[in-house]
Design a protein around this ligand. Structure first.
Ligand SMILES: O=C(O)CCC(=O)C(=O)O
Ligand SMILES: [Fe+2]
Length: 348
């Protein structure tokens, strides 16, 4: 009995260290996670905004007049908020729930299984300890990797959890179909020739986030205010809200609706629409009650695509408001993917 008492104690001590070694297991927000008063969310409550349109995509299949109505709603939402939600989108609920469970399982794995060498692996895991913006750590862990074409990238995805490749592959394929449907409806609404986006939307990048519960959400952020460098981004946030959008200088919160996807206009679609659709600044905040998982899929142009206002939208009264730019140059100049910008472009 005496012989093992010490060992047991050591074991307990090791378990304690392991338990506390999770960066978010703290009683208060450490200084290195505290954003400046200008950047932090603060204590003022930001209620869920009921005005962000929830668009029933199923209706667009019913008749051509319903389709025209859906297109009108998409364009209005893209102009006014740069954000909308879609329901009745045709993606089976079990595909979405399995994908969320797989990511939760992934983020719960021990760090040794997640840390990797991005250049050789084809996926990038960034734990909060390694992610610093404006000198402050983000309150999130993140994984990024390309997800189209599947046959090219899937074999380089994480091997654990065992279901990762199959489940996330199915999800990515469903999101691809949905994003092409939305882009085609927007295309029709803008009066651009059908199929314009098929060619220009060949890169698809997945970015999943884990935002643990936080002892003081007023001080820190999951993601700082930013614009997406995509055509569109499709986000699933489950039933925990935390996404906020800046509309007319005010932060508003996007409600978490069951089985709905949040869609936002990225700055490449703003350019192509010559400013008719807007890309709105947004951020992710934390909460003190529960962890939040979100899955964002960016639909992007290929690095060698020239992005410019669509020619049919331009005339003497509507001059181009944006210069033509090679997507690679845009990404390199904006450093939209931070230190991983090169790795992500090479892998795409
Ligand atoms: O977690 C979210 O809801 C926001 C994700 C996001 O804005 C991004 O990944 O660019
Ligand atoms: Fe974003």
């Amino acid at each position: 009995m005496f012989k093992f008492a010490g060992i047991e104690e050591d074991f307990r001590a090791i378990m304690e260290i392991k338990h506390h070694s999770k960066w978010f297991n703290v009683q208060s927000v450490p200084q290195c996670y505290t954003f400046s008063p200008e950047e932090r969310p603060g204590k003022a409550p930001i209620p869920i905004c009921k005005k962000i349109p929830v668009i029933d995509l199923g209706k667009s299949l019913v008749s051509s007049s319903e389709k025209m109505e859906t297109i009108k709603q998409l364009l209005q939402a893209g102009q006014q908020f740069g954000f909308f939600q879609v329901i009745n989108h045709g993606i089976p609920e079990n595909v979405v729930t399995q994908t969320m469970s797989t990511f939760k399982e992934f983020f719960n794995m021990a760090d040794e299984q997640k840390i990797n060498v991005p250049a050789s692996k084809g996926w990038i895991y960034t734990g909060s300890e390694d992610e610093v913006k404006n000198g402050v750590h983000l309150w999130r862990d993140n994984i990024k990797h390309p997800c189209h074409p599947l046959e090219k990238c899937m074999q380089s995805w994480p091997e654990k959890p065992a279901s990762y490749r199959e489940v996330v592959g199915t999800y990515a394929a469903e999101i691809r179909k949905l994003s092409l449907t939305i882009l085609e409806l927007i295309c029709l609404g803008l009066g651009i020739e059908s199929g314009y986006f098929d060619e220009i939307s060949q890169v698809q990048l997945l970015s999943a986030n884990n935002y643990p519960a936080c002892p003081d959400p007023s001080l820190t952020l999951g993601i700082l205010k930013h614009l997406d460098p995509s055509l569109i981004t499709i986000i699933y946030q489950g039933n925990v809200s935390g996404l906020q959008v800046l509309v007319d200088g005010q932060w508003i919160c996007v409600g978490a609706l069951p089985n709905a996807f949040v869609v936002n206009i990225g700055n490449q679609l703003e350019i192509i629409s010559n400013g008719k659709l807007r890309s709105a600044e947004h951020r992710a905040v934390t909460n003190s009650r529960e962890a939040r998982t979100s899955i964002a899929i960016f639909i992007n142009p290929a690095p060698n695509c020239i992005v410019e206002p669509a020619k049919v939208l331009l005339n003497e009264y509507n001059p181009p408001l944006y210069k033509s730019i090679l997507y690679r140059d845009f990404i390199n100049a904006s450093k939209a993917f931070g230190i991983h910008t090169d790795a992500i472009q090479n892998e795409a």
